[in-house]
Design a protein around this ligand. Structure first.
Ligand SMILES: [Zn+2]
Length: 207
């Protein structure tokens, strides 16, 4: 009898959401199940993320799983040739090459599970997650709980004035906020106002 799944077919799963939404926990849960089934699992994270542990993926709740640190997405390809399941955490810190590599791995018949932040601290899409979402077979959006009001939180609020896109930290620098409570940086608010003005200006000229 044929199974519904074609043998040796790979695919991409993306787990994304704000900080403190349980992305790493969900990634670890899926990888653990694969390990229990004795599948060959390879797990990676970018070198930039040195929080907690250098050779493990660790969730904020301190779940742990051994992982390899890599400098770029091409290292993942080289080091996962034997694997049936490939896990990648903190995917937002890789370049867009990660999309090519995930596609390649899935085309080779592997199950690729990627976790990452889908928005940066400004509330803007965080490459390469949007590109990965477009090509993934399965998408899970995880939510935190807004520290201000308790609604489901989809945003990561930075509590410091630092304007670099990547500032590695946890609860000391970031907190989860819902749409109502998230405060985007001033220049984003100004951008929206200016776009509104331009639109009104265009309408005036057309009269
Ligand atoms: Zn809120």
């Amino acid at each position: 009898m044929f199974s519904i799944m074609q043998r040796n077919m790979g695919w991409i799963e993306v787990i994304c959401g704000s900080m403190f939404s349980g992305k790493s926990e969900e990634l670890i849960r899926r990888l653990r199940r694969a390990m229990i089934a004795r599948q060959k699992v390879a797990i990676f994270k970018p070198r930039i993320d040195t929080r907690y542990s250098s050779d493990h993926i660790v969730s904020h709740s301190e779940l742990k799983i051994p992982s390899k640190m890599v400098k770029d997405a091409w290292d993942i390809l080289e080091q996962s040739l034997e694997a049936q399941v490939v896990g990648i955490d903190e995917a937002q810190f890789f370049s867009r090459d990660l999309v090519l590599i995930c596609q390649k791995l899935a085309n080779m018949g592997k199950r690729v599970i990627v976790a990452g932040l889908d928005q940066d601290y400004r509330g803007e899409p965080f490459d390469p997650i949007p590109q990965l979402l477009a090509v993934a077979e399965y998408i899970t959006k995880t939510h935190a709980i807004c520290v201000i009001c308790g609604n489901p939180a989809n945003y990561t609020q930075r509590k410091t004035a630092d304007q670099a896109r990547v500032v590695v930290g946890a609860a000391d620098i970031y907190e989860a906020r819902c749409r109502n409570c998230f405060e985007p940086p001033e220049d984003i608010k100004t951008e929206i106002k200016l776009a509104g003005k331009r639109r009104r200006g265009n309408k005036e000229r057309l009269k």
